[in-house]
Design a protein around this ligand. Structure first.
Ligand SMILES: [Zn+2]
Length: 96
């Protein structure tokens, strides 16, 4: 009986390890919750090229892509001529 008792204890310990311990990480290694990358929390305002945090500013979906603007002013400028801001070369500033 003694041997069986310790075996059950070991089995319980092993189960708990797999369930809650480092084993759980191996079980859920792929898929599941997505890690937040740095570039997912901030977006570039296409008008003034400032970084805008995802919970700030103004958002607009244009052609299925979400754009984010630091101010209403930038959003209005984008609305007036979206292609101008989306087609300009990287680094080119808007001079208006
Ligand atoms: Zn802006």
């Amino acid at each position: 009986m003694e041997g069986l008792g310790s075996f059950l204890l070991f089995a319980l310990f092993f189960y708990l390890m797999m369930r809650y311990g480092c084993g759980a990480h191996m079980m859920h290694g792929h898929g599941g919750h997505a890690h937040k990358k740095g570039d997912e929390t901030k977006q570039i305002d296409p008008v003034c090229e400032m970084e805008v945090e995802s919970d700030k500013g103004y958002a607009k979906i244009y052609h299925g892509t979400l754009y984010r603007f630091c101010t209403r002013n930038c959003l209005d400028k984008f609305d007036a001529n979206p292609e101008h801001y989306l087609n300009k070369r990287p680094g080119e500033k808007d001079e208006m």
